[in-house]
Ligand binder design. Structure first.
Ligand code: AMP
Ligand code: FES
Ligand code: ZN
Length: 312
């Protein structure tokens, strides 16, 4: 198998693009897909400051790597959730990448440790406040991503969600007709109200397999294990189903998700409509000032409950 571009020996085949690439041309392909995502979804420019949320997994570390190599001003944030060895190992991978690769580009890593603020790790915290671990985790991560982006005055916050993540989420939203979520499923969400950072997903054109290959070929040392709490989750089930379809008909995920984006862009000028809707329902939390639909935001409510049950 030879590289479709330069005809030397290929290291990866991409059935959905009917192509195969050597390492150099594959890196060029990945960088080009990210550059296209940034441009077509008006994500950010070269002067803007980007905060990448890095989990220690392949996607977000690859994203940080790609943005730095493309010449963007990208710092990162890692949230230590306190999930035993999983968090210890992912923390170590992020720190190593920050010291070895990111530092040579002058980039900074911000850290937030859940235990320091909440008095307990995510599992314990979820049990104490009687909520599922993953939703507690989601609330905390979303809150901290936004808080750090706003406090440190970043122009935009980027996550490592890839094509598989977005196609699986779309499948879930369609299966349950979650119309409100469908509206907000784009790869670029505006800073609709003061206190909300703009949020982007520059990897939405690349699959999980392509990102794993990018990380391996570029010697990015990432945590291979998924979060132990995610086992058996609906998201993983949807991914499995889509993978089966993809094997039978390469390009299924891309047709599904990109097709949705195309329809969405024709339907409405998303940014304006969403901004108007958000402005109508959001106002500052009376405790922390982050935008919320209630008087006190769900993060602050959670912290109040945690502090009443966690001995300090
Ligand atoms: P997940 O929801 O675990 O699939 O993660 C989606 C994206 O959220 C990742 O690609 C990261 O950008 C970000 N993320 C997940 N976990 C963390 C974490 N502990 N700290 C910082 N960013 C994270
Ligand atoms: Fe949040 Fe696993 S990453 S519970
Ligand atoms: Zn609050």
């Amino acid at each position: 198998m030879n590289c479709t571009k330069c005809k030397t020996k290929a290291v990866i085949s991409l059935p959905r693009h009917n192509a195969a690439f050597c390492k150099g041309c594959f890196n060029g392909f990945v960088h080009d897909q990210v550059a296209r995502a940034i441009k077509s979804e008006w994500m950010f420019g070269k002067e803007e400051r980007i905060l990448v949320a890095v989990s220690g997994g392949k996607d977000s570390l690859a994203l940080w790597d790609i943005l730095l190599k493309l010449g963007y001003r990208a710092d990162a944030l890692y949230v230590n959730l306190g999930i035993g060895t999983y968090s210890e190992q992912s923390h170590a991978k992020v720190t190593k990448f920050a010291e070895v690769v990111a530092a040579s580009h002058g980039a900074t890593l911000h850290l937030h440790t859940v235990e320091q603020e909440a008095g307990a790790g995510i599992k314990e915290l979820a049990q104490l406040i009687h909520r599922p671990t993953c939703s507690t985790c989601g609330t905390i991560k979303r809150y901290q991503f936004n808080r750090v982006a706003i406090e440190q005055q970043y122009d935009v916050m980027a996550t490592g969600h890839n094509l598989d993540d977005e196609a699986a989420r779309l499948l879930g939203n369609v299966l349950h007709w979650q119309e409100e979520y469908l509206e907000k499923q784009g790869p670029s969400l505006p800073a609709s109200v003061e206190g909300f950072a703009k949020k982007v997903k520059p990897l939405y054109r690349l699959s999980e397999r392509e990102l794993a290959a990018y990380a391996v070929l570029n010697r990015i040392d990432y945590i291979v294990e998924e979060c132990p709490m995610a086992k058996g989750s609906k998201m993983l089930q949807y991914k499995e189903v889509l993978n089966r379809l993809e094997t039978e008909s390469p390009g299924t995920k891309q047709t599904f998700y990109w097709g949705f984006l195309e329809k969405q862009s024709k339907k409405q000028p998303t940014a304006t409509t969403m901004t108007e809707k958000d402005r109508a329902v959001l106002h500052p939390c009376t405790s922390c000032s982050q935008p919320t639909t209630a008087e006190v935001c769900s993060y602050c409510k959670m912290m109040v409950r945690a502090k009443t049950v966690v001995p300090r």
